[in-house]
Write a protein that binds this ligand. Structure first.
Ligand SMILES: CCCCCCCC(=O)SCCNC(=O)CCNC(=O)[C@H](O)C(C)(C)COP(=O)(O)OP(=O)(O)OC[C@H]1O[C@@H](n2cnc3c(N)ncnc32)[C@H](O)[C@@H]1OP(=O)(O)O
Length: 176
């Protein structure tokens, strides 16, 4: 993370602590409520510059026998960290993601996910994510992500026609 950082300010219209945050997109693999094969994470704004979510670890998420697949865990952490730019204003897309897998995560448990903004420099937002199984003192995974804010209309203009929601989104502004 660079030394010279911008001052962080919560956007006046962002969700208040404890409130549910709007999904990135209804079809988003991480947080889209209509994504048929997605994680359907419900995200809550936390205090300061934090976002939280819980995810039941289901059998379809299995990697090694009886434990979560690392890619599913990475997706969940990516998406929770990826919600934090919204606390400041425009959404950001992932440009860098790093995950440390600390403990196997058993099927049947509930994963608690928490992301926090560490700093911002221009369009770059530096974040960290932590996952635990109920005891925040015993993390099972840690992550860092860098997100770059985008103008969503411009950024997705060439691709929106591929969305399952193309008809809706092309008629107006994607719900992002
Ligand atoms: C609506 C939100 C949905 C969010 C869904 C959840 C998260 C996701 O899964 S997003 C999907 C995966 N990510 C992507 O598809 C992003 C692909 N990348 C891109 O499209 C482009 O790199 C993009 C648009 C982010 C940046 O490109 P561009 O607008 O030309 O800006 P660019 O000047 O290259 O970079 C902006 C800044 O970010 C920095 N940067 C770019 N890439 C990286 C990187 N990998 N690591 C660190 N910094 C980076 C640049 O150095 C620059 O910094 P500075 O302000 O110091 O000059």
């Amino acid at each position: 993370m660079p030394d010279e950082l911008d001052v962080l300010e919560r956007h006046p219209k962002t969700a208040k602590p404890g409130e549910v945050m709007r999904p990135h997109n209804l079809m988003c693999f991480g947080c889209g409520a209509e994504s048929p094969h997605g994680l359907q994470l419900e995200m809550y704004a936390g205090e300061g510059f934090t976002v939280e979510a819980k995810m039941p670890v289901e059998q379809w998420m299995e990697g090694g026998p009886g434990v979560i697949h690392g890619g599913i865990l990475s997706s969940a952490l990516d998406d929770v960290m990826g919600m934090t730019p919204r606390l400041l204003g425009p959404p950001g897309v992932t440009v860098h993601l790093q995950v440390d897998f600390l403990q196997p995560i058993p099927v049947g448990k509930t994963l608690h996910l928490r992301a926090e903004i560490l700093g911002r420099q221009r369009r770059k937002i530096y974040t960290e994510g932590v996952a635990h199984l109920g005891d925040p003192e015993r993390p099972v995974a840690r992550a860092n992500g860098v997100f770059v804010t985008v103008d969503v209309r411009e950024h997705f203009a060439e691709h929106v026609e591929n969305s399952a929601k193309a008809a809706e989104y092309m008629g107006g502004k994607p719900q992002l």
